[in-house]
Design a protein around this ligand. Structure first.
Ligand SMILES: C[S@@+](CC[C@H](N)C(=O)[O-])C[C@H]1O[C@@H](n2cnc3c(N)ncnc32)[C@H](O)[C@@H]1O
Length: 433
């Protein structure tokens, strides 16, 4: 509210200096590890651990650093670079920067104009600064980065209170992202990008429905495609928070990685809330027959009553509200893939090949595809049969006029708008052919 009266969200080039809250004055942070202090000679030099990512050398020291997150960083850098190319501007807040590897990559690879590398732990300061000092200076010899040590919310509030907004805010949090959403929306330019991470696998798996309700406003029950539900829950939480502030978001890509597990989504923020968002609703799953459906708010009453079919209604679980629309914007991911090819990135790195990952995301972005996927092994055990190859199933489904794609989440999963009973019939026919 305050934001709206203070200033419009406009391009700002200010690079105000940091005012970190010393760790000793911050009751929310752990106190310095006494074993790291040498009372006679001052602090012991932090340990050094040098890595290379996409040809960039950096030190992770004793910060929290995971090599497996390189793919998530690749996706963020590609998007940041596309933003810079299309708008000519790239001011980034790396709100939980760890050792500063993302900040370094946003500066060097995406050509960011300015990056604030923030991490609440002021013990990370030395290693972050060491990693960023090699970045060449900007116009007029000004430094293109600042290091701050605040809680992420404070880092965002301080900026938007003085009318200083970002093109990209990267929130790489432990657990849930929800506590940071409101300040992030306030601190973003309109049209800006919000890159969210959650490692809250228990909530998305439906194992803690009341936790997911508290954190994401969504009651999540166990479903076989829980990892996709996790992405949809993350987007849904942002949809809801954005609406409170009079904004709406569109997902540009969603990425699940089993290393963690980690759920990441990149959202674009627009002015104006959507009054009738058909992409924000519920997903049902029947544990008896394996059928799943999207349900809008005004269809909730159609879910049936125990008096009509006791057995079926007790096997039906409902999760939501969450995002029901496509997980990715296909044309945006195509631009990411083109850029990755231009940079020679497509066949290197960790985990799944980047070209394959982006290609599957493009397939998954088909708006005809409903939430969820069929796992071939689960479908086979349900139907008490072997399963045909994914390739055979995909061409049979296409031949029958259904939408179908692989899933980037699971290698033996298929997304399709074909109902499960017919899916099984097609699979049986394929096995006999
Ligand atoms: C997952 S790590 C970041 C990893 C880093 N982004 C990377 O790609 O290597 C999370 C970091 O957030 C910091 N952190 C935790 N809670 C925070 C908060 N409320 N505000 C700012 N930083 C926080 C931790 O000190 C930790 O370094």
């Amino acid at each position: 509210m305050l934001l709206l009266t203070l200033s419009p969200k406009t391009l700002s080039s200010s690079s105000s200096s940091s005012s970190p809250l010393p760790q000793s004055q911050n009751p929310r942070l752990k106190s310095p590890n006494p074993s790291r202090l040498n009372t006679r000679c001052g602090p012991v030099l932090p340990k050094s651990e040098v890595h290379t990512e996409r040809g960039l050398e950096f030190d992770s020291g004793e910060t929290f650093f995971r090599h497996e997150s390189a793919r998530g960083r690749d996706l963020g850098v590609l998007s940041a670079s596309l933003h810079k190319r299309s708008t000519g501007s790239l001011r980034v807040l790396d709100a939980m920067c760890g050792c500063g590897i993302r900040s370094l990559r946003y500066l060097v690879e995406a050509g960011a104009d300015f990056v604030v590398a923030n991490d609440a732990n002021d013990e990370n300061r030395r290693v972050i600064t060491r990693n960023l000092t090699r970045v060449e200076r900007g116009e007029g010899d000004g430094r293109r980065w600042a290091v701050t040590h605040m809680l992420a919310n404070k880092a965002m509030i301080e900026r938007y209170m003085v009318g200083d907004f970002f093109d990209l805010i990267d929130i790489d949090s432990f657990g849930s992202d929800s506590a940071f959403l409101r300040d992030a929306f306030n601190a973003l330019k309109l049209g800006g990008l919000l890159y969210l991470t959650s490692t809250d696998g228990y909530s998305s798996g439906g194992h803690r429905p009341y936790n997911s309700l508290a954190a994401y406003g969504a009651f999540i029950r166990p479903m076989p495609f829980g990892n996709e539900i996790g992405l949809r829950m993350l987007i849904g939480g942002a949809v809801r928070e954005a609406a409170l502030l009079g904004y709406h978001v569109t997902p540009l890509f969603s990425y699940y990685s089993f290393h963690g597990p980690v759920f990441r989504v990149l959202l674009r923020v627009h002015r104006g809330k959507l009054h009738e968002d058909r992409n924000y609703g519920f997903v049902t799953f029947c544990h008896l027959c394996g059928h799943s459906d999207s349900v809008r708010w005004d269809e909730l009453g159609l879910l049936g009553c125990h008096c009509s079919d006791t057995k079926a209604s007790s096997s039906l679980v409902v999760s939501g509200p969450m995002w029901l629309g496509p997980l990715h914007d296909g044309s945006y991911v195509t631009e990411m893939l083109d850029l990755a090819k231009e940079w020679g990135w497509v066949s290197e790195g960790t985990g799944m090949d980047l070209e394959k990952l982006l290609s599957i995301m493009i397939e998954e972005s088909d708006p005809r595809l409903p939430p969820g996927y069929f796992k071939m092994d689960e479908m086979a055990s349900r139907a008490k049969m072997n399963s045909p190859s994914l390739k055979k199933m995909m061409s049979a489904l296409v031949k029958e006029g259904y939408a179908v794609s692989r899933s980037h989440i699971i290698s033996n999963g298929l997304k399709t708008d074909c109902p499960i009973s017919h899916f099984i019939n097609i699979a049986k026919a394929e096995l006999q052919s």
